[in-house]
Design a protein. Structure first.
Length: 170
């Protein structure tokens, strides 16, 4: 018999009956249809599956759903509590971060958690907190976007930055 597991996902109370050891990632994707978190490595290393549990960034591919019972889960789909974009999402667009885009939801979720805990991160803070892997290697743009997201978050107003240029990526 599968247990009933209760959790809150993106502000909505959810009850699901899945195996207790099923990774949260599969519950989100297969049971709830929230496909923003991606399967990358399955061992919690790449970060493509990053979501927030009670505000902390976690790799959902290695979190059994039973461990998040009665907790709050936020996915990329629920990141922005108000209409519009979260500062991290705005910064990703303004800095033209994505190439293939596969890692971006996880990167944005890691960034959002970082700037909520540390509103003015240094490069060293970013290196410690955002350990997600980008196979395209857009790390210079990612770093600029994280700094911009922190500024946008501090301002409380989404605003546009000047577009990134190829020169800035060198």
């Amino acid at each position: 018999m599968r247990p009933v597991i209760r959790l809150t996902v993106n502000g909505t109370a959810i009850e699901t009956m899945v195996p207790a050891d099923m990774p949260l990632l599969w519950v989100l994707r297969d049971e709830l249809g929230l496909t923003g978190a991606k399967y990358g490595c399955g061992i919690g290393q790449c970060g493509a599956c990053t979501v927030h549990i009670d505000g902390r960034a976690v790799r959902s591919c290695v979190v059994p759903v039973s461990t998040v019972a009665d907790r709050s889960v936020t996915t990329i789909e629920g990141l922005s509590a108000i209409p519009g974009l979260h500062p991290a999402q705005r910064a990703w667009i303004d800095e033209q971060v994505p190439q293939c885009g596969y890692c971006q939801p996880g990167m944005i979720m890691a960034t959002a958690a970082l700037i909520s805990e540390n509103p003015d991160p240094t490069d060293a803070d970013i290196d410690r907190a955002v350990t997600n892997i980008c196979r395209c290697g857009t790390y210079p743009r990612i770093r600029r976007a994280i700094h911009l997201a922190a500024r946008l978050s501090a301002d409380g107003q989404p605003q546009s930055a000047s577009p990134a240029t190829e020169e800035n990526d060198r």
